[in-house]
Design a protein around this ligand. Structure first.
Ligand SMILES: Nc1ncnc2c1ncn2[C@@H]1O[C@H](COP(=O)(O)OP(=O)(O)OP(=O)(O)O)[C@@H](O)[C@H]1O
Ligand SMILES: [Mg+2]
Length: 259
């Protein structure tokens, strides 16, 4: 079966829900641990958080002997390079992704797009419509949920059901879940989500301080980085591995992706 690069975005109009953090963590896990060929197009202009994070990560491994050696060892043993992070805008995102694809010797399995939250900013709807899959983080707060459901319903009606664009799936997932278990409230919310014809993923991400910190010289532990995947010990309990695995299943990457 011919391989095809999939375009994927973590997207919601609600700010601060974890789009950028989950993009970095998932991209790094899939690229450095699972061996998929990944690229990231950062089109959340002008913040360009991931683009700048990559620059800081790069500077850190040049400056810090420990990380420098770790990076050298990892890249040598895996025989791969870091995934590209292209700075872009919503208008130019698809064009920039195509240029990445043309200039890469190896076909990408997935290109992640980090988009601005607002549909009003130019080019966002067009770029969303070019995605194959959209994953939407949501937290169990009534107001967040209401606005997220509105957003997802809008995309569902205007783009997916209307057959406009490429989107093959829109999946919500819980982020920042407090406590060890999901409360019965979640079940009630999940029923409401399903009644709207929307899908919620099995995996949810816990609320955990580790998500808030980038790789830094202050600690040898790595969780969030564009140049490494999370350390096994920190990955455990973060559910990023489970989320990424569920995403692979939805994308059917296990069949024809990794080589
Ligand atoms: N599961 C989590 N537990 C704790 N903190 C989290 C979790 N997920 C994300 N965060 C933190 O929440 C903050 C907002 O996340 P992030 O910047 O990824 O959101 P965003 O949706 O990209 O926001 P924006 O709308 O500004 O682009 C960050 O500090 C991030 O590290
Ligand atoms: Mg962001």
């Amino acid at each position: 079966m011919k391989k095809q690069t999939l375009f994927v975005a973590f997207s919601t109009q609600k700010g601060g829900m974890g789009k950028t953090a989950v993009t970095v963590l998932t991209a790094s896990y899939l690229h450095y641990v699972k061996g998929y060929h990944i690229a990231v197009v950062d089109c959340d202009f002008p913040q360009l958080s991931i683009f700048h994070e990559r620059r800081r990560d790069g500077e850190l491994i040049v400056r810090d002997g420990y990380f420098k050696r770790a990076a050298y060892d990892m890249f040598r043993s895996l025989g791969i390079k870091a995934y590209p992070v292209k700075d872009s805008t919503p208008e130019k995102a698809v064009e920039d992704a195509q240029a990445l694809m043309e200039n890469s010797q190896k076909e990408f399995d997935v290109i992640f797009f980090d988009l601005p939250g607002t549909l009003n900013s130019g080019g966002v709807i067009k770029t969303l419509a070019a995605m194959d899959y959209i994953f939407t983080p949501v937290s169990a707060d009534r107001f967040v949920l209401e606005s997220t459901l509105q957003y997802a319903t809008l995309l569902n009606e205007k783009l997916i059901s209307a057959g406009k664009g490429n989107i093959r799936g829109l999946h919500l997932f819980w982020n920042m879940v407090d406590g060890r278990e999901k409360t019965p409230l979640y079940e009630a919310y999940e029923n409401a989500i399903e009644e709207l014809g929307l899908q919620i993923m099995k995996t949810s991400l816990p609320n955990s301080i580790r998500f808030r910190k980038e790789m830094s010289g202050d600690s040898r532990n790595i969780f969030r980085s564009t140049l490494f995947s999370a350390d096994k010990a920190l990955l455990k309990g973060s559910n990023i591995d489970l989320l990424a695995d569920e995403i692979c299943e939805i994308l059917k990457l296990n069949d024809n992706g990794k080589q």
